[in-house]
Design a protein around this ligand. Sequence first.
Ligand code: NIG
Ligand code: FE
Length: 432
Amino acid sequence: MSETIDLLLLGAGQMITSRSDGNGPLRGKNLSDAGILRDSAIAIAGGRILAIGKTDSVKKEVGQRPVSRVIELGGRVVMPGWVDPHTHAVFPRYRADEYEARIRGDSYLEIERRGGGIKRTVRELREMGEEDLYEISRRRLLKMIRTGVTTIEIKSGYGLDLENELKMLRVISRLAEDMAIDIVPTFMGAHQKPPEFAGKGEYVKFLIAEVIPEVARLGKAKYIDVFCEKDVFDLDETRQILAAGKEHGFGLKLHADEIFAIGGTELAVELGAVSVDHLTKITETGIEALSHSGTIGVLLPGTSFGLASSSFAPARKLVSSGAAIALATDFNPGSAPSFSMPLAISIACSQMGLLPSEAINASTINAAYSIGMQKEIGSLEKGKKADIVVYDVEDYREIPSRAGTDHSVIVIKEGNVIWEMQDYESRSEVGF
Ligand code: NIG
Ligand code: FE
């Protein structure tokens, strides 16, 4: 046993492990147990966690093995890298004018009706060449990494024809190959009906007959997602699209109960979807269905925030019902232009009533479950990928409470330091 230790992190003040021991997503009272270790350390070899626990016992386990790099944490907080299980991170440009319009009182659907919203991004994406789309998205992801996110899901859905949906999926797949973080691709051709398919039902037929089989053949997506909403895809259309997706081997996801509750949550549960996302308007029946299911409710506090809305998903009710919840940014150019998971948890705490420990577990281990990655990522446990963020704070509750500044100083993906703030120690209040 002389395996080299690639990285040894010593002296964490609080280590948030978010462990679930493979027992499924954390629910109910268990959601508030962040599995905190004090005075702790992690030894990493081959990109995985080799030892984790009290600093003394990790040092003992490491023994005489050679160590390539040691980082003294000086009492800082360490946690699993954030897992963002719902983003639309590939797009041409932001729509900040719509943010102002919403503050002035225009609704999301009104903005859509006058050619803004998703339709506008679709027009811009169709015009942008694949190389430019790749490059602008790559730059964006490099900035995201600094916030401590180490795994993200990305959806297509701004192409809405075969050519442009495939263009998006190729960009997502190249990003997955080139970037240091894990990227899970989702096909969301059912994000809107494109203008050229005016007839009711025509676009759904086209998706099922031509697009879904081609995306499946190319192996470019793990999940399929539908925007199940009044005036977008109704319940029957959603069912048809998801059934076709299931037949072609995709896992199922759903945007549901965002603006109107039309039965999306119940359908997601019935079809065994891995997640159902948004849930701002979820009904009592929806909560009941979700609480008895394996489907995870992915809540998107940054979307309500970005929409200048005071309506949030009923997180407390969901947790006490026993439903499993996760958090995500919904990062997109319009309704949720912030890619910050720390901001999302901050809003989840102050506006939805989640405890900091609940919000963190929902953004790590439960988020990993919601994209089928729980065996590899989402918690600090022996054998898992060493995906870790070091925060320049003494208490993990400072992460949501001191919102507005990013306190991450080191981001590690599979044992590699992928971002490190220069000279953070000389500006640190920790241990002073
Ligand atoms: O998840 N709800 C539908 N789609 C996105 C919005 C995307 C956009 O505005 O560009 C969402 O919020
Ligand atoms: Fe979304």
